[in-house]
Design a protein around this ligand. Structure first.
Ligand code: GLN
Length: 496
């Protein structure tokens, strides 16, 4: 759209081949990533912490493993990790004052798997406090900015993970998605981001937000990288009883197989009046592009979508209020100071009042209310019924022969910092197209589609594909075909 040549970065799969072949060392790749971060992240603030020395040492260890003949699918790939995933080194803050000094005694399983595969963790990425939000403005340590336009948000809650890739610092990051936190920032930053099926990836070492919804997934500049990362991090884990025993295919291997006789469902609800004109226009173009690829487009109805946000903002806060009860200043979390004579209850309330930011407090109050006796039937139990009906809507679409459902990832492109901050409901409404996917436990992927000029700046716009449970392979193949039919692949934000 702009005159400048689009900027791309070397994708993770290419780095891994180069490092594996000895054409480049993991140390060089890591050092280059660290330099990019040092020069560019002051403006973007994608990272809460970087691990210069440790990353270089880890890179040396990867180079040694390669020399010893090990096959490492992510050899030397620099990765950013959302700071609600535990590492044995550095801090795990969840972007909360409550955990500002927390050092985890263990490493999340998904991160351990990345390390085993030869990835190098360069730092911890910013997020909305405890992953609650959609703009990364709710971080206790200051917002992350969208590399495409520094006056705009990168989305959230995995905004740091998205910005780290979109700024060209790293080709790959991990985020978590409870109601859209991978797919929405991927859309706002022009990236691929996948939320796997509930249970696909172990949550051991992920600080819980809403346990029946949380999933971990990758963000990257191309479909192949997300497929590669997904093959590494998926699989059953004895430390997470909810992780699935389903075999994990090599997602990257089948990527170029054509999806024959592809049928895509376009929900009536995806053409909501809430859509920004640029999102609405790109969505129609995407449908035409899929038609051009030979896909059959069918109109479908997901009537319960209209109740998705209401159900999600009952279920997620209810679970959050219970998960966050452990942060009391005694078992976990920063402890408030007491004056002589003040009691234990004061210690709890003051620690929580000082440690949690306003959005987290709002969710705890909301969650406690909808679970309280006398209200639980009206709110929580009804929301669970809606949840079941949302799942049924999707099941019907798949039973009708849809391979995937096509929707925007979010109704708006990247919005201005501060634009929605004073109005929590306006932010919640951005989750229209993502929360139902978590409520139904299904896999969903965002793929870059194009861009639009908004107030003189080029902003990326993505599309979202939602598939049947455990059908990530076919989602990735569809996403790959779409990617191959356009000119976006590998793009990151131009240098500012
Ligand atoms: N924006 C949603 C929320 O605020 C989703 C967050 C997430 O997926 N972690 O709850």
């Amino acid at each position: 759209m702009t005159g400048a040549t689009p900027r791309t970065i070397t994708p993770a799969h290419e780095i891994a081949s180069q490092v594996s072949a000895g054409a480049r060392s993991a140390r060089d790749v890591t050092a280059a990533a660290l330099r990019e971060i040092a020069s560019g992240d002051r403006e973007v603030h994608a990272f809460l912490e970087t691990f210069e020395d440790k990353a270089l040492r880890d890179a040396d260890a990867v180079d040694a493993r390669i020399r010893a003949g090990e096959k490492l699918p992510l050899a030397g790939v620099p990765v950013a990790i959302k700071d609600n995933l535990c590492l044995e080194w550095g801090k795990t803050t969840c972007a909360s004052k409550m955990l500002a000094e927390f050092r985890s005694p263990y490493t999340a399983t998904c991160v351990r798997k990345l390390l085993d595969a030869g990835a190098v963790i360069v730092g911890k990425a910013n997020l909305d406090e405890f992953a609650m939000g959609g703009s990364t403005e709710h971080s206790a340590f200051g917002p992350t900015r969208n590399p495409w336009d520094l006056s705009r948000v990168p989305g959230g809650s995995s905004g740091g993970s998205a910005a780290a890739v979109a700024a060209g610092f790293v080709p790959l990051s991990l985020g978590s998605d409870t109601g859209g936190s991978i797919r929405q920032p991927a859309g706002l930053c022009g990236l691929v981001g996948i939320k796997p099926t509930y249970g696909r990836v172990s949550r051991f070492g992920l600080v819980a937000f809403a346990s029946s919804l949380d999933q971990v997934g990758p963000l990257s500049t191309c479909v192949r990288d997300s497929a590669l990362a997904l093959s590494v991090i998926c699989g059953q884990d004895a430390r997470d009883a909810t992780s699935s025993a389903r075999p994990v295919p090599d997602f990257a291997a089948g990527l170029d197989e054509p999806v024959r006789g592809l049928t895509l469902g376009v929900p009536r609800q995806a053409r909501s009046d809430a859509n920004h004109p640029a999102v609405a226009a790109e969505f129609e173009r995407a449908i035409e592009r899929f038609r051009g690829l030979g896909a059959k487009i069918v109109d479908i109805d997901l009537p319960m979508t209209d109740h998705g946000i209401a159900a999600y903002y009952i279920v997620a806060p209810a679970e959050a209020s219970s998960n966050l009860a452990r942060f009391d200043g005694i078992r976990y979390g920063t402890r408030a100071k007491l004056a002589p004579g003040e009691d234990l209850l004061t210690l709890y309330t003051r620690s929580r009042a000082e440690g949690f930011g306003p959005e987290v407090q709002r969710r705890i109050m909301l969650g406690t209310h909808v679970l309280s006796s006398g209200y639980a039937d009206a709110y929580y139990v009804n929301a669970l019924k809606v949840r079941r009906l949302i799942k049924r809507d999707y099941d019907r679409a798949f039973e009708r022969g849809c391979h995937a459902v096509l929707m925007p990832p979010a109704p708006s492109p990247a919005f201005k910092l501060g634009e929605k901050l004073g109005d929590p409901l306006a932010l919640y409404l951005e989750d229209l197209y993502t929360v139902t996917v978590n409520l139904a436990g299904l896999p969903g992927i965002t793929v870059p589609s194009g861009s639009a000029m908004v107030e003189g700046r080029e902003l990326p716009i993505g599309i979202q594909l939602v598939g049947p449970a455990f059908e990530e392979s076919s989602l990735l193949r569809i996403a790959r075909q779409y990617e191959a039919s356009g000119a976006w692949m590998g793009r990151v934000a131009p240098r500012g």
